[in-house]
Design a binder for this molecule. Structure first.
Ligand code: PSV
Ligand code: MN
Length: 388
């Protein structure tokens, strides 16, 4: 087993970004179950995100979704974040919730609607200029529902044109991160359905265009760690949206459905230097908590990523390489499984104590009284929700 101390040193510098929308009410198309104490505005979301960081010590940034997190003055929001001990992170654009986008946003057959979508993407870059965000994350719901509905290649041309315009608008220290998703809400074709499509567009755009791997956005059985390894090798992995899916993009807690898959992914990341502080990979959560409390849901998610990372770091890579070189199939597999089967919770508890944190973030949050505080304090107003 590789060294515990070396593993702790990497875990100490690990950074996991939280999504602002994880703190709002969410649900399915059947029902959104409101919870007490949910934030009414982006400032309260930031306060909740700061609590997650306070207990985990590794989640110092929160991603915004525009217009869900629209405020008059983003410098004020950035200051509120810094006062709370965190910072604003990735800006996620939203061109999927307007009636005009029924037939698509940047790939819509109507040039006026394409223009409107592009203007929103430019506005998101304006927000980045204010918040100091490095990354603009683009996910398009664009696609078609029926064969013949639109010209598949023409839609790719429109997409390429919009991406090029956005890329051009970015400054030298800003990046475009293109996310893919197999299906939903479009069911026949999706304009960016897979990593290959995203990769091809990013390749054309240039160095600062990278792919986002949302772990929930693949067909069942897809070998996600292969995609990750390939993109890392090409220098094109920009970000993760971590979550778990049991069926399709369920946005459940990362590591809940398949902790082994998360370990395999993080092992590939580690092997390619992706855990180095300057790797440039944004490790983000993209989750909603429909039935469980949100702040502990985020704390648990961060801990799950930490546990999978710790196991990946414990793989004895020398023994692995030797077994691989010797063609020792079972030996090589055994090395990996030894690390995966290690209980890393004591190591992480030790690390947290060294970082001046409570070794058990879930229990510390429960004891903190914050949950009661927000229930008592956040009365009236409109609770934030996915889509609001
Ligand atoms: C789309 O399903 C997605 O994964 C994108 O990242 C969106 O920004 C996010 O979910 C919205 O919750
Ligand atoms: Mn996502």
């Amino acid at each position: 087993m590789a060294g515990r101390e070396a593993a702790k040193n990497v875990l100490r510098t690990q950074r996991i970004e939280l999504p602002s929308w994880a703190f709002g009410n969410s649900g399915t198309r059947f029902k959104v179950f409101a919870q007490q104490g949910v934030p009414r505005d982006p400032f309260e979301k930031i306060a909740d995100a700061a609590r997650v960081h306070a207990h985990t010590g590794v989640a110092p940034t929160v991603a915004l979704h525009i217009p869900w997190d629209e405020v008059e003055d983003y410098t004020v929001l950035a200051r509120a974040a810094s006062d709370a001990g965190i910072a604003l992170g990735t800006i996620n654009a939203n061109v999927f919730q307007d009636d005009d986008y029924k037939l698509g946003s940047v790939t819509n057959p109507d040039p006026a609607i394409r223009r409107k979508a592009l203007d929103h993407l430019f506005a998101c870059v304006d927000v980045m200029d204010r918040t100091g965000s490095r990354d603009l994350k683009l996910w398009f719901s664009d696609g078609t529902n029926y064969p013949g509905q639109d010209d598949i290649r023409a839609r790719q041309d429109r997409l390429a044109e919009a991406l090029a315009a956005v890329y051009e608008r970015l400054s030298a220290d800003q990046r475009l991160i293109l996310e893919y998703k197999l299906f939903e809400p479009a069911f026949y074709t999706t304009d960016v359905p897979d990593w290959g499509t995203s990769y091809a567009h990013c390749l054309r755009l240039g160095e600062r265009a990278k792919v986002c791997v949302d772990t929930g956005h693949h067909a069942p059985g897809t070998n996600i760690e292969f995609i990750v390894a390939f993109l890392l090798r090409e220098g094109k992995l920009g970000a993760f949206d971590f979550n778990s899916r049991f069926y399709a993009d369920d946005d459940l807690i990362v590591g809940a459905a398949d902790p082994f898959q998360l370990f395999r992914i993080l092992f590939e990341v580690k092997q390619a230097g992706g855990l180095d502080q300057d790797s440039g990979i944004a490790f983000m959560l993209d989750q909603c908590h429909n039935i469980e409390p949100k702040i502990p849901g985020q704390i648990r998610s961060v801990m799950n990523v930490q546990e999978a990372t710790a196991k990946a770091l414990l793989v004895d890579t020398e023994a692995l390489a030797a077994a691989q070189a010797a063609g020792d199939v079972l030996g090589a597999n055994g090395v990996l499984m030894d690390a995966f089967n290690t209980d890393v919770r004591p190591l992480l508890a030790e690390l947290r104590e060294e970082m001046g944190l409570d070794p058990d973030p879930m229990a510390a949050y429960a004891r903190s009284g914050y949950a009661d505080e927000i229930v008592a304090g956040r009365v009236g107003g409109n609770q934030a929700g996915w889509g609001a």
